[in-house]
Design a protein around this ligand. Sequence first.
Ligand code: HEM
Ligand SMILES: *[C@@H]1O[C@H](CO)[C@@H](O)[C@H](O)[C@H]1NC(C)=O
Ligand SMILES: *[C@@H]1O[C@H](CO)[C@@H](O)[C@H](O)[C@H]1NC(C)=O
Ligand SMILES: *[C@@H]1O[C@H](CO)[C@@H](O)[C@H](O)[C@H]1NC(C)=O
Ligand SMILES: CC(=O)N[C@H]1CO[C@H](CO)[C@@H](O)[C@@H]1O
Length: 322
Amino acid sequence: MKASSIFFLISLIAVLGACSGGELRKNFYEETCPEAENIVHNIVWKNAALNPTLAAKLLRVHFHDCFVRGCDASVLIDSTESNSGEKDALPNETLGGFDVIEEVKTELEKKCPGIVSCADIVALAARDSVSFQFKRTLWEVLTGRRDGRISLASEANRDMPSPFFNFSSLQQSFENNGLTVHDLVVLSGGHTLGVGRCRFFRDRLYNFTGKGDADPSLNPTYAAFLRTKCRNVEDNKTAVGMDPGSDLSFDTNYFKILTQHKGLFQSDAALLTDKGARNFVNVLLDSKRFFMEFGLSMKRMGAIGVLTGNSGEIRKKCNVIN
Ligand code: HEM
Ligand SMILES: *[C@@H]1O[C@H](CO)[C@@H](O)[C@H](O)[C@H]1NC(C)=O
Ligand SMILES: *[C@@H]1O[C@H](CO)[C@@H](O)[C@H](O)[C@H]1NC(C)=O
Ligand SMILES: *[C@@H]1O[C@H](CO)[C@@H](O)[C@H](O)[C@H]1NC(C)=O
Ligand SMILES: CC(=O)N[C@H]1CO[C@H](CO)[C@@H](O)[C@@H]1O
């Protein structure tokens, strides 16, 4: 295929994807709870001002929510004696920001009880927390999601992509959610924020093929630096900024360090192993382009498997089903 026809195909897929929001729409609560989006915005910004790591937490929660059972706030449901929920799943061990979601929900239940879904709060809160740094709203979030009633650790363990995935497994995982390689590259840019624990990348430092070696695809200078952070193969807990020097700032630096072979996880490095993905990484070094693409891909991610109309429920508290 010629480059132009590949571009056409990518654009077509992008347009189709953009329409996949189904029944979600702009300002769904305009009539039923006109202050809803402002309330989310105000509480999230108040908390973001106090905690610079909040954006990373809320962005990741939205991603985890959407990739397991669709964006239905299933990730927020606490486990019970008879059910091990998504929060118990291995990849979820370090999720956070739940307290802020609950603070928003409590306020919304006071103002308009039973109206605003936790799933919409998660989508709006992710957007607003990332936007705080810029003091403006970075992308549009459609609303009208409803909340699910099922949360299973087994599904999170099955459906969340692993930091040990290679390119084709990542592609498959995104495809399973109706997302493309284009979205995979763009959304991986979420790793411009936040930290990763040693357990997810220490093999790359100490024992990549079982011969006491480092991952040859990792920048050796950077690997040496990471070994000073994760001092041994036993270290599971130490956290390292995924975007060195810039992990509190939403910017294109993730793509820059990626091209320098400083992506933290194998799943980050894997983006360079595919020609199309690698070319697109270079395109996203342009911040105007990245910001635009990130908004569009977030819209597609935020529409995965949503419950609308009369499906699901509007939870009273986000951590328990009604
Ligand atoms: C492509 C597949 C992905 C994999 C394999 C992956 C894996 C991971 C892992 C292992 C961590 C570190 C967790 C820890 O050590 O505590 C992490 C953190 C994070 N991920 Fe991803 N992720 C992926 C995609 C995404 C996407 C699509 C987003 C959002 C758009 C995202 C946003 C984040 C953020 C913001 C953090 C930092 C969280 C914090 O500092 O609290 N990730 N990811
Ligand atoms: C990627 O990983 C999957 C699952 O582990 C494996 O089956 C596949 O062969 C790998 N692909 C490549 C190109 O290494
Ligand atoms: C490296 O991995 C191999 C194979 O899994 C294992 O036998 C060996 O003990 C490991 N070495 C270290 C230093 O952990
Ligand atoms: C680190 O995690 C591994 C499993 O990933 C576990 O076997 C090991 O006991 C943990 N080490 C510590 C010190 O907690
Ligand atoms: C944030 C959260 O709920 N983390 C949980 C992840 O799963 C472990 C068990 O594997 C729980 O102990 C954590 O509380």
